[in-house]
Design a protein around this ligand. Sequence first.
Ligand code: UGA
Length: 440
Amino acid sequence: MAKISVIGTGYLGVTHAVCMAHLGHDVIALDTNAEKIAMLQSGQVPFHEPGLTELLEDTLKSGRLTFTTSFADVAANADIHFVCVGTPQQVDSNAANMSQVNSAVAQLAEHLASPAIVVGKSTVPVGTAQRLHSELVSKSPAGSGVHLVWNPEFLREGFAVQDTLHPDRIVLGVTSSEDAQRVADVYAAAIDEGTPVVVTDYATAELVKVAANAFLATKISFINAFADLADATGADITQLADAIGHDTRIGRRFLNAGVGFGGGCLPKDIRALQARATELGLADTFEFLTHIDAINQSRRDTIVERAVIALDGSLHGKTVTVLGAAFKPDSDDIRDSPALHIAQELADAGAIVKIHDPAALPVLSTKTHNLQLCEDLESAFDNSDLVLHLTEWKEYRALDPNALGDRVKSRIIIDGRNVLDRDLWSSAGWSISYLGRPGS
Ligand code: UGA
């Protein structure tokens, strides 16, 4: 078993640290935020991720997982260091903000006095690994004894534990096969299960990650563009997606039309990719990502426009119930959430917005001012003029439209995720409409 460190305790870092300790490795996890480290040490995960708290408690008890804020500790207790810090979008451009990666690598390098492998997992612009490799060699006391491997991460929020323990592929960008073997040994359990390993160069490893996210974003905007066409022609987008999805070259997954993609990854990754491609002289070729982004953003406007129409042209004094605040179910992540964006737009335009989410309300309460946060799902429907279903938590599919009909002022619901049962809601007297499905 290896002695590893994990630098950065966001979604990726915490999940990676806990899962690696669960597999039997000795793990020390670092964050510069002492409050976060104290929380983790006491067994609390600072975000909602199914199964992770239980696994954190177990691994803390095992003694194989410790936390620190000191790079000296990390260097003294591990010889394989996973860099898992965030690369958010820059405030004033589409490019990735690399300050956390740069600072983590620089601080780590200072303390690397003996041979070590640094493993980059953060999503970075292509070319970063080559640069970091040179910096590690020049700044570490161990010099060329410090090696770098680029190992992008593909976990999904809501499935983070499963995706980390049983990834669908492992990609290793390396300069030597010995480095590839040492990092592959850390993932021996998954590899023994048959997980394919792609050993490649730095640039390919970096590009695999952004290509995957750009492809997923493109799939979603593609089906959403067809949802508009379905609305214009009376076609049904769900049946269309089912039918093209039967072609295994296309596949059905990520063809769910609706309010589009959000979160801390897809939106910022397509923008950063476009920025990097532009730097490399490929602005025209990657211009299509502007359209992917624009189609995605326009889904939010479509719902707002539909809401105004459903409310007879005026939002003032009208009550709108918004189901969902997180960018996807089984997460409390509200970064670039379509649901929250729409809720905020309606509230800013004068509607009384009541918002429910099974997990994200505690995060919301510190950030929102003009939304009414509803902990109780049923009472979120009281006096509502319009209900919007914007994040497809399973709780919402289990709602009883008959009982809820007595709570609302008007039985009107717009399903922005195209998953609620039309017959169930219609037979309870609701007017239910979708994006890209007839009868809308
Ligand atoms: C995404 C990728 O799926 C992961 O593989 C990747 O590791 C991660 O980004 C990352 O780069 O860290 P995640 O952001 O957790 O994972 O969420 P997804 O499941 O990809 O969903 C993204 C958004 O697309 C959500 O808002 C979701 O509601 C939306 N979506 C997804 C659709 O609108 N339609 C679909 O058919 C699928």
